[in-house]
Design a protein around this ligand. Structure first.
Ligand code: F6P
Length: 345
């Protein structure tokens, strides 16, 4: 078969590992040929490609980013965009298309599938917010980076008797915040799923100081909000999928904490460091399993589906199911966070 591949949306560690695994299994076991479309859906729209061979995909397992580059191109917003994509796939003789991406990228696959394109999806996002799968590749690496940052903040916070607020990514889901916060032993963990109770934040910090500590660590998700307020963003410009650029709640919070407690408070925003660099062993493994599973799905003729991890098994679900809603954190993890904190009152 002749198979197209693309990586769309925000990049994340492990994209290259998926590409490598799919290409190796496809070429070596099925005699497939691969065409890589550059910069996500933009490459399909404008027919910009690179050959994906055993040679061009060699040595990329541990490389961060994506050799296919990425973009947030929304072909649904381009007049005749979907039709142009179908035409490009035809021109390149593509029998099936594997799209690596989150909900925005997969929403285009869903539209193309309706037009007869044989699509298979692979769940990518550090946000870990795709429904249908327990884990997206890239998440583990982002959490490792954030946890290391929280660890490092402990010593400098202690030296200077400061409160340190660490802002992490995750869009509207608190997976990175809650996981790195628990793993890093943060005193306060704030997520988009629960509005920030600033009085409670200060109570938790004060409790720590009352019990002999002279510093505290707060982890806040970029999408967390104070009650009755909008998410904090840089400017009001929306990307092609209608998202604002979330950033800044950490600094806002730091100012408020300092004002209310009198303790010197600083903020650090980890930003894109969470998406950069080499994937963890866990992400290399998961990405490789996803890549092999994606090619197997293509050869089983099971299209319009996303490869997913359920428990320890790789399986697949309809693409529509994966994008139906954002998978946010549940009460079980929030209970762990609360369980580590002193009771109110
Ligand atoms: O979806 C991944 C993500 O890193 C989010 O956590 C974040 O809100 C967004 O992408 C940032 O996007 P960009 O790189 O386009 O600024």
């Amino acid at each position: 078969m002749r198979i197209g591949m693309l990586t769309g949306g925000g990049d994340c560690p492990g994209l290259n590992a998926v590409i490598r695994a799919a290409v190796r299994k496809g070429i070596q076991h099925h005699g497939d040929e691969f065409v890589g479309f550059m910069e996500g859906w933009r490459g399909v729209l404008d027919n910009v490609t690179m050959p994906l061979t055993l040679e061009t995909t060699s040595g990329i397992l541990q490389r961060g980013g994506t050799i296919l580059r990425s973009s947030r191109t929304n072909v649904k917003k381009v007049e005749g965009g979907l039709e142009r994509c179908v035409a490009t796939l035809k021109t390149n003789g593509i029998d099936a298309l594997i799209a690596l991406g989150g909900d925005d990228t997969q929403s285009i696959s869903v539209e193309l599938a309706k037009m007869g394109v044989k699509c298979v999806g692979v769940p990518k996002t550090i946000d870990n917010d795709l429904s249908g799968t327990d884990v997206c590749f890239g998440f583990d690496t982002a959490v490792s980076i954030a946890t290391e940052a929280v660890d490092r903040l402990h010593s400098t916070a202690e030296s200077h008797s400061r409160v340190m607020v660490c802002e992490v990514m995750g869009r509207n889901a608190g997976w990175i915040a809650v996981t790195s916060g628990i793993a890093g032993g943060a005193d306060v963990i704030l997520v988009p799923e629960v509005p920030i109770d600033i009085e409670d934040v200060c109570r938790l910090i004060q409790y720590r100081y009352d019990h002999g500590k002279r510093f505290a660590i707060v982890v806040v998700a970029e999408g967390a909000t104070l009650p009755e307020t909008e998410q904090t963003a840089v400017g009001s410009k929306l990307d092609a999928f209608g998202h604002v650029r979330l950033s800044g709640i950490g600094q806002e919070l730091a100012e408020e904490i300092e004002k209310r407690t009198g303790y010197e408070t600083r903020s650090v925003n980890l930003g894109h460091t969470q998406r950069g660099g080499t994937p963890t062993a866990y992400d290399r493994m998961l990405a490789t399993r996803y890549g092999v599973a994606a090619i197997d799905l293509v050869h089983a003729g099971r299209f319009g589906r996303l490869v997913v991890l359920r428990g320890t098994e790789i399986t697949d679900v309809p693409l529509e199911e994966a994008i139906a809603k954002t998978r946010t954190i549940g009460e079980d993890l929030l209970a762990v966070v609360r369980g580590l904190q002193p009771l109110k009152g």
